[in-house]
Design a protein around this ligand. Sequence first.
Ligand SMILES: [Zn+2]
Length: 342
Amino acid sequence: MTLLLPPSTAGSLPKPSWLAQPQTLWSPWKLQGDALIEGKRDALRLALDDQLQAGIEIVSDGEQTRQHFVTTFIEHLDGVDFEKRETVRIRDRYDASVPTVVGAVSRPHPVFVEDARFLRQQTKQPIKWALPGPMTMVDTLFDTHYKSREKLAWAFAEILNQEARELEAAGVDIIQFDEPAFNVFFDEVNDWGVAVLEKAAEGLRCETAVHICYGYGIRANTEWKKTLGSQWRQYEEAFPKLQTSSLDIISLECHNSRVPMDLIELIRGKKVMVGAIDVASSVIETPEEVAGTLRKALQFVDADKLYPCTNCGMAPLSREVAMAKLRALGAGAAIVRRELLG
Ligand SMILES: [Zn+2]
């Protein structure tokens, strides 16, 4: 990657209202059959175009073909029964009815590889593709087969590694694993979470990233954030282990959060995707605000390793707000890039 301060997003973007109900998580599709397949592709092209127009340089599919960043991947696996549901507490934060692991998990066919190939055909820009991380997958299921979070996570890591290798072959430049669970289960992160994540990324020649955030701007998350006090130091728990891990890039929430910026020092040497856009608010950042967040981060990460980004996915926002935030991100990165190039 030779671009300086290349902006990207954490992953999801809002879907067009003809494809799915706007501003809703797990929003049902409005199309069916072949029309749905065509609609998802059209939405993917629009999401790409929105990013390019806003000056986003590392582009993604905007997760237009998935209903949810974890569930959609799991739906394509064997060993998980979506009819058999149990209520569990997700990330120690809110109860949800989830599917049950009833047997050995496996991936009978590729999940996102065709979509990635399609995106690759549309652009020469670097592509980042998000997959759920193993620990976060485990945390959204009820398990009657492995009876061990760690064992189930290792099984998912094998599957994710198969998918990631095929995404790489399809031309993806950065594979990102979303692990919001890393901000909650600190003992597990250090006991096995990072090791399992490295297994998921094993043997990849493309760059690898892990995204750790404080979640979408949904109520359960904003209520939880209120309990975290004046300084959010959760990253302190996982960073030392991640600093020595094989992962290339760490993607973080920064803007408007109470994360002390100096925690980035703990991953010195890694590339850092700095969240400079708040996804839990519809207030549009100014380019100067984005630049301010990036300048602060530059105290702790070298310029050639700083990747401006959003705090998290923007799926729950309105399309209009998300587009304006993308533009602010692109413009804010351009301000700091000009400063660095003198
Ligand atoms: Zn996130």
